[in-house]
Design a binder for this molecule. Structure first.
Ligand code: PPS
Length: 284
């Protein structure tokens, strides 16, 4: 279990300070034993920060994009390991890169690193996710003073849903999951309900702890609802932390009619996804 949790260890990256303490000697950067693979805008940051409340978990603060960006992947595992936090034996290293889920080359690469690595997939209503995805791109463009088309123009072509729209494709969860299931057994992928995580994080965290074989250490008292933000924030050792303003921002508008078309479009893909994961979600 420890081997699986630590994902193997580094022998050369870290030179510990000269100390006789075996604790310091054992402090190293280790490959992740668990990865949050997506979905983009599903609540991956919230899940990572919440898992980080656990004393046996250390997380890579920034998205690593090792398996999905060629330039990073070419740098090899030593580079990947160097992006990880320092841990002591028995602690679990976790990283999150939402771009992994929909990138076709990633599942085999992750398996090459460690076929026993545990995978967390946080999903959210695919229509909401798409709108959130659009809102993020719109925001990025506006901050660079670049124009961007209204969502409806990107989403609809001659009044019908345009299957070529990238943000729509990222919401076709069954297609992406099928590629992961060619490489990993279903039991190795834990599905987190991102909508439930927003409503009440604790039950989702308890299930994630169980999946990761962690002793139950995250408690309901680690969360409080922040009425100003309209989301749960984190409480740990007297510190109070909300996610930044890019998480939980107002969504770009979409007409009721277009939303209805979108929901109808997702009906079949959603059903296929539910069959794959063996459970259903109350999505539109
Ligand atoms: N507690 C808490 N606080 C703030 N935000 C929360 C929280 N839990 C889940 N979420 C939802 O996380 C959504 C962003 O998802 P990601 O972190 O996966 O986005 S990203 O892909 O990394 O950009 C973000 O999406 P938007 O609401 O569309 O901004 C949030 O709805």
């Amino acid at each position: 279990l420890r081997e699986l949790r630590s994902g193997g260890s580094s022998s050369s990256v870290y030179s510990p300070p000269s100390s006789s303490s075996s604790f310091y000697n054992a402090t190293q950067q280790r490959l992740p034993g668990a990865i949050i693979i997506g979905v983009r805008k599903g609540g991956t940051r919230a899940l990572l920060e919440m898992l980080n409340l656990h004393p046996d978990v250390e997380v890579a603060k920034a998205e690593v994009h090792y398996f999905n960006v060629e330039e990073h992947y070419r740098r090899g595992l030593a580079w990947y390991r160097a992006q990880m936090p320092f841990t002591v034996p028995g602690q679990l290293t976790v990283e999150k890169t939402p771009g992994y889920f929909a990138a076709p080359q990633v599942p085999a690469r992750v398996s090459d690193m460690n076929p026993a690595v545990r995978l967390l997939l946080i999903v959210r209503d695919p229509a909401e996710r798409l709108i959130s995805d659009y809102t993020q791109v719109l925001h990025n463009r506006l901050t660079r003073h670049k124009p961007y088309k209204p969502l409806e123009e990107l989403l609809l072509h001659k009044g019908h849903i345009d299957p070529g729209y990238k943000a729509l494709q990222r919401s076709l969860y069954h297609q992406h999951l099928a590629r992961w299931l060619e490489v990993f057994p279903r039991e190795q992928i834990h599905v987190v309900d991102g909508d439930a995580l927003i409503r009440d994080p604790f039950p989702e965290l308890r299930k994630a702890e169980r999946f990761l074989d962690l002793p139950p250490r995250i408690n309901p008292s680690n969360f409080y609802y922040n009425t100003t933000k309209g989301f749960y924030c984190l409480l740990s050792a007297g510190h109070d932390k909300c996610l930044d303003e890019s998480k939980g921002r107002p969504h770009a508008p979409l007409s009721g009619q277009a939303l209805k078309k979108l929901c109808r479009y997702f009906r079949k893909p959603n059903k296929l996804f539910f069959e794959m994961v063996g459970r259903s979600f109350a999505w539109c």
